[in-house]
Design a protein around this ligand. Structure first.
Ligand code: FAD
Ligand code: SIN
Length: 540
């Protein structure tokens, strides 16, 4: 069954749901989401959401902290907009019933790495789950929002789908919706829309070890790239310094690592090598609370030097009941693998966590394809530069979702075009795949290649090796894709390969080390190279 709607939203994390609520004030919305509607990076966010709430804090300080973490690449106007509009959007979240933790009648504002002031609002260590709960409750009350679960967007509908316009330039193209796979019936449908909002989240699953859930296969980045949309700064992959070593023994952490929130270091947590010694003082005067790129690289260096598999995070010296009260989720999960964090050190390792780059959008959340808007982790807004400041992601998502909702309202008013006659999905001549194991292996190979060669520390030689491997996987997978009936894994393999390609491409273009991109052949930052790496549908 095909659908037509005013606005199509792809993704049910904070970015998609927040926008859906705003858009439902003036238009009909269809929101599609790949699995269950709560399954998103948002749902697992722990530390919180940064904003200037305390009267002793200031916009200037939050702006300055964000710019410092971003290592010279943030777009100042974008940062200013996010920081200054943040408190209003936080009020929106509270207005729909989000309950942030309070202490003595005030919000319990805490600190994380790179913040000069305590400004993180949180709901214990389950902030994302609380935000997602409040958003879904509110969306469920809106009769003009239709949520379709288990629908995976495959590709955008553009003039490209019309034979006569196949080769038209991006400047002459528009987005008219998507083809999507109903993964319960295996039917591919067409959803046509006057405007489309991409809010499909991150790509952590490109890496072998990641804090991101299974849905984070970078579909939105890949769809945009295939449609010729501009993408930027894909080399800046943030590795979170502290994910729980050994969490994979728990069934729900088979494909993602359990995060030990940066808020634990904000609470006083100390990093120690396996022999119990501290080491962060050798790397940065801010020690455990230095920005993430610095802490993750320091840990990586210590692990490589010592041949160890993990380092420790220690909070045993803090009051036990305070630890349990503040971090119930972390306490209980560690307990399940036999670690009592009030008495024992926590073994941790860095894991891929966040994509700072993505689909290039302007301050109104508009992409380079007419009719396509984007917000949340899939975007490059200019806010994060070469390294995102902790807890700025949820903030960026709500500020830009709000912008997208406003821009789409104008767009729909001005563009009353009828829907084009885009053909239905045609899979005649394709066969059901009877060697699915090939696709499973492809996914594993992408993850290993990216982890081994495009990780925290890079080199020209490693990037070259990764490029050759990914290019071969691309050729093999495309040939299968063209002759096979679509199913989720083959789509995801295709998207993971495209993301790997984009990360490698941007990493090769940046001939310097900056923020999260550290390459041993160019170990210094180049002051003359203060620009974004922008790519647009380049060859594999
Ligand atoms: P998501 O929340 O990931 O939502 C994406 C949605 O798109 C999902 O519903 C998914 O199913 C859907 N989707 C994807 N592909 C398709 C497709 N092809 N078709 C249909 N639907 C699709 N940030 C902070 O600021 N503070 C924190 O404390 C914090 N903690 C974090 C902890 C963890 C463990 C992780 C993983 C991230 C954390 N982050 C944190 C980052 C932050 O949570 C994310 O960047 C943010 O939630 C992204 O929101 P989003 O709406 O853009 O994407
Ligand atoms: C965390 O809780 O450490 C994650 C915070 C973030 O990604 O901003």
């Amino acid at each position: 069954m095909n659908y037509k709607t005013d606005v199509l939203i792809i993704g049910s994390g904070i970015a998609g749901l927040f926008a859906a609520l705003k858009i439902s004030d003036y238009a009909e919305v269809i929101l599609i989401t790949k699995k269950d509607k709560t399954e998103s990076n948002t749902n697992y966010a722990q530390g919180g959401i940064a904003s200037v709430i305390d009267i002793n804090d200031s916009f200037e300080k939050h702006i300055e902290d964000t710019l410092i973490a971003g290592a010279g690449l943030c777009h100042r106007e974008a940062v200013e907009m996010m920081v200054k509009e943040g408190p209003e959007r936080i009020k929106d979240l509270i207005g729909i019933g989000t309950k942030f933790t309070e202490r003595n009648g005030k919000f319990d504002l805490v600190k994380e790495g790179g913040h000069s002031h305590s400004r993180i609002l949180h709901a214990k260590d389950l902030t994302g789950q609380e935000i997602e709960r409040a958003l879904i409750n509110s969306v469920n009350l809106k009769s003009n929002i239709l949520i379709l679960e288990n629908f995976t967007a495959i590709d955008f509908l553009t003039e490209h789908n019309l034979k006569k316009n196949k080769n038209s330039d991006i400047e002459n193209k528009n987005c008219y919706g998507v083809y999507a796979l109903n993964s319960q019936t295996n039917e591919v449908i067409k959803i046509e829309s006057k405007a489309t909002l991409l809010a499909s989240g991150g790509l952590g699953q490109v890496y072998l070890h990641t804090t991101n859930p299974k849905i984070a296969t970078g579909d939105g980045f890949a769809m945009a790239y295939r449609a010729g949309v501009k993408i930027a700064n894909m080399e800046f992959i943030q590795f979170h310094p502290t994910s729980l070593y050994g969490s994979s023994s728990l069934p729900e952490f088979e494909s993602r690592s359990f995060l030990i929130s940066e808020a634990v270091r904000g609470f006083g947590g100390i990093l120690r090598t396996k022999d119990g010694n501290t080491f962060m003082e050798k790397y940065d005067s801010r020690k455990e609370l230095a920005p993430r790129d610095i802490v993750a690289r320091a840990i990586d260096n210590e692990l490589k030097k010592r041949g160890d598999e993990f380092i420790y995070l220690d909070i045993t010296f803090k009051n036990s009941s305070e630890i349990i009260e503040r971090f119930p989720n972390i306490y209980n999960t560690c307990k399940r693998i036999g670690i009592d964090i009030t008495k024992e050190f926590i073994p941790v390792v860095p894991s891929a966590h966040y994509a700072c780059g993505g689909v290039l959008v302007d301050k109104d959340a508009k992409t380079s394809l007419n009719g396509l808007y984007a917000c949340g982790e899939v975007t490059m807004t200019g806010v994060h530069g070469a390294n995102r400041l902790a807890s700025n992601s949820l903030l960026e998502a709500i500020v830009y979702s709000h912008k997208a909702a406003k821009s789409i309202k104008e767009f729909i008013k001005e563009n009353k075009n009828d829907f084009l006659e885009i053909p239905d999905w045609d899979d005649s001549g394709t066969l059901t795949h009877d060697e699915k194991i090939l696709v499973t292996h492809t996914i594993k190979e992408v993850k290993h290649t990216m982890w081994d060669y495009v990780g925290i520390v890079r080199s020209k030689q490693r990037l070259e090796r990764a490029k050759t491997r990914v290019s071969n996987l691309y050729k093999e997978n495309e040939s299968l894709y063209k002759k096979t009936k679509i199913y989720n894994d083959i789509l995801e393999a295709r998207n993971l390969i495209a993301c790997a390609h984009m990360i490698i491409k941007c990493a090769e273009m940046r001939k310097e080390s900056r923020g999260l991109h550290y390459i041993i052949d160019y170990p210094e930052s180049d002051p003359d190279y203060l620009s974004d790496t922008i790519i647009q549908n380049q060859k594999f």
